[in-house]
Design a protein around this ligand. Structure first.
Ligand code: CUA
Length: 395
C-alpha cells in the first residue's frame, strides 16, 4: 500500500519538474528574442551602420571586417566550450574519476593560441591606425564651418570665401553642398558637448578653449540628423542637429541669401513684432539689419542665442527639437523652404512658455551670471501674434 502511494506521489512531481524546465526554456528564449528585437528599427535616423558619406564609410570599412572576425572567433570559442561541456560532462564514463587526455605543455597548441590572437590584434591595430590617419586628412581649400556647442543648441559660422573671416552665422541646421568635403572646427562656449551626425561621420567632442576638426561629406542631397552625445546639462537630450546637404547650385543660392540683411517688416503687425523684438529679444538674439550694430561684433557672434536673421530658412528650431514647418520629416529641405506651411502653433507655444517644451534654466538666480535657455517673457496673446508675424518674415 505504501509503495503504491509513493509511486503516485512521485509521478506528478516528475511532470512538474519537466513543466518547470519548459517554462524556464520559454522564458530564456523569449528574453533572447526580445534582446534581438531591440536591434530592429525601420526608421532609424541615427543608425551608425548605414554610412551616407565618405568618413562614415571609412569607419564602416574598418568596423565591418573587425566585426566579422570577432563573430567567427565568438562562434569558434563558444562552439568549442559547448562541445567540450557536452562531451566531457560528468556521468558519461563508467569511472566518475576518469580524466580526459591532458594536453598541458602541448607546444603546438600553445603556440597556436598565442600567435593567432596576437596576429589578429596586430592586424586590427594596423587597420585602425590607417583609418585614424585617413579620417584626419583634411582636403585643401575646403569650405570651413566653425561649429559651436552651447547649452542647448549649435551655431555654425561660415567662412565662404576662405579669407578667415566669418561671413554669416546660423543655428541648429548646418547646410553643406552635397558630394563635397567640408572641414568643421568644433568648439564650445560653455561645457563639453559632442557633435555627432552618425550617417556622415563619428563623434567629435566640443571642448571649451579647444578646436577639434572633423571632415564631413554627404554623398547625396538630403537631411541627416544628429544628437549631442556628451551629457551637458538639463536639456542634453534636446540638443539635436541636422545637416541639410544641397546641390552645389542650391547651396550657393542659400549662402548668398544668408549674407543678406533680413527681410523688412511691412504690415502693422510685423512692424509691431519687430518693435517687440528690439525691446525684449535683442539682448540675446540678433537679426541682421535690425540690431547687428547694437553692440560690438554683434553681427558675427550671436552670443547666447541663435541668430534669427534667416530663421525661416531652417526647418526646425529650439535645438532642432521643434518643427518650424508642418510635415518636416516627410519632405525634403528644398520642398519645405519652397512651399512649406509654417507650424505657427508650435512657434507661438514656444514663445508663450519655452520651458514647457524644453527643460531649461533661464533664471540666473541660482548663481549663474547668465541664465541658460530661453526665458518666459510673459507676453500677451496679441504680442505673441505680432512677434510671430514678424519672425515669419525672416526668410
Ligand atoms: Cu550638448 Cu549634450
Amino acid at each position: 500500500m505504501s509503495e503504491v502511494a509513493t509511486v503516485r506521489r512521485r509521478a506528478p512531481a516528475a511532470t512538474s519538474n519537466a513543466g518547470q524546465r519548459r517554462r524556464w526554456r520559454t522564458a530564456a528564449l523569449s528574453a533572447a528574442v526580445a534582446l534581438l528585437a531591440t536591434a530592429c528599427a525601420s526608421d532609424a535616423p541615427l543608425d551608425t551602420l548605414e554610412p551616407k558619406g565618405s568618413a562614415a564609410r571609412t569607419i564602416q570599412d574598418l568596423v565591418a571586417p573587425v566585426f566579422a572576425v570577432a563573430g567567427v572567433v565568438f562562434v569558434l570559442v563558444m562552439g568549442a566550450i559547448v562541445l567540450l561541456v557536452i562531451r566531457f560532462r560528468a556521468g558519461r564514463s563508467d569511472d566518475p574519476d576518469e580524466l580526459p587526455p591532458q594536453t598541458h605543455g602541448h607546444l603546438g597548441v600553445e603556440i597556436a593560441w598565442t600567435v593567432v590572437p596576437a596576429a589578429l590584434l596586430a592586424a586590427i591595430g594596423l587597420a585602425t591606425i590607417v583609418t585614424i590617419f585617413d579620417l584626419a586628412a583634411e582636403p585643401a581649400d575646403a569650405l570651413q564651418v566653425t561649429v559651436t556647442g552651447q547649452q542647448w543648441w549649435w551655431s555654425y559660422e561660415y567662412d565662404i570665401d576662405g579669407d578667415g573671416e566669418v561671413d554669416f552665422i546660423t543655428a541648429n541646421e548646418m547646410v553643406i553642398p552635397a558630394d563635397t568635403e567640408v572641414v568643421l572646427a568644433i568648439e564650445s562656449r560653455d561645457v563639453i558637448h559632442s557633435f555627432w551626425i552618425p550617417p556622415l561621420n563619428g563623434k567629435r567632442d566640443a571642448v571649451p578653449g579647444r578646436s577639434a576638426s572633423l571632415v564631413m561629406q554627404a554623398d547625396e542631397p538630403g537631411t541627416y540628423r544628429g544628437q549631442c552625445t556628451e551629457f551637458c546639462g538639463l536639456s542634453h537630450g534636446f540638443m539635436r542637429m541636422r545637416v541639410q546637404a544641397l546641390t552645389q547650385d542650391d547651396f550657393d543660392e542659400w549662402a548668398d541669401g544668408q549674407q543678406q540683411d533680413s527681410v523688412e517688416a511691412t504690415t502693422d503687425e510685423q512692424i509691431a513684432g519687430r518693435e517687440l523684438f528690439t525691446q525684449l529679444c535683442a539682448t540675446c538674439h540678433l537679426i541682421g539689419g535690425v540690431n547687428n550694430d547694437t553692440y560690438d561684433g554683434a553681427d558675427q557672434v550671436s552670443g547666447t542665442a541663435p541668430n534669427l536673421t534667416h530663421l525661416m530658412s531652417r526647418t526646425t528650431f529650439a535645438g532642432s527639437t521643434l518643427d518650424l514647418y508642418l510635415d518636416v520629416d516627410d519632405r525634403s529641405y528644398e520642398e519645405i523652404i519652397a512651399d512649406g506651411v509654417v507650424n505657427r502653433a508650435e512657434l507661438e507655444a514656444w514663445i508663450r512658455d519655452p520651458s514647457a517644451l524644453k527643460p531649461m534654466a533661464p533664471d540666473p538666480s541660482r548663481g549663474n551670471e547668465f541664465g541658460r535657455g530661453m526665458p518666459d517673457l510673459g507676453l500677451t496673446e496679441d504680442q505673441i501674434d505680432d512677434l510671430v508675424a514678424y519672425l515669419m518674415v525672416l526668410e
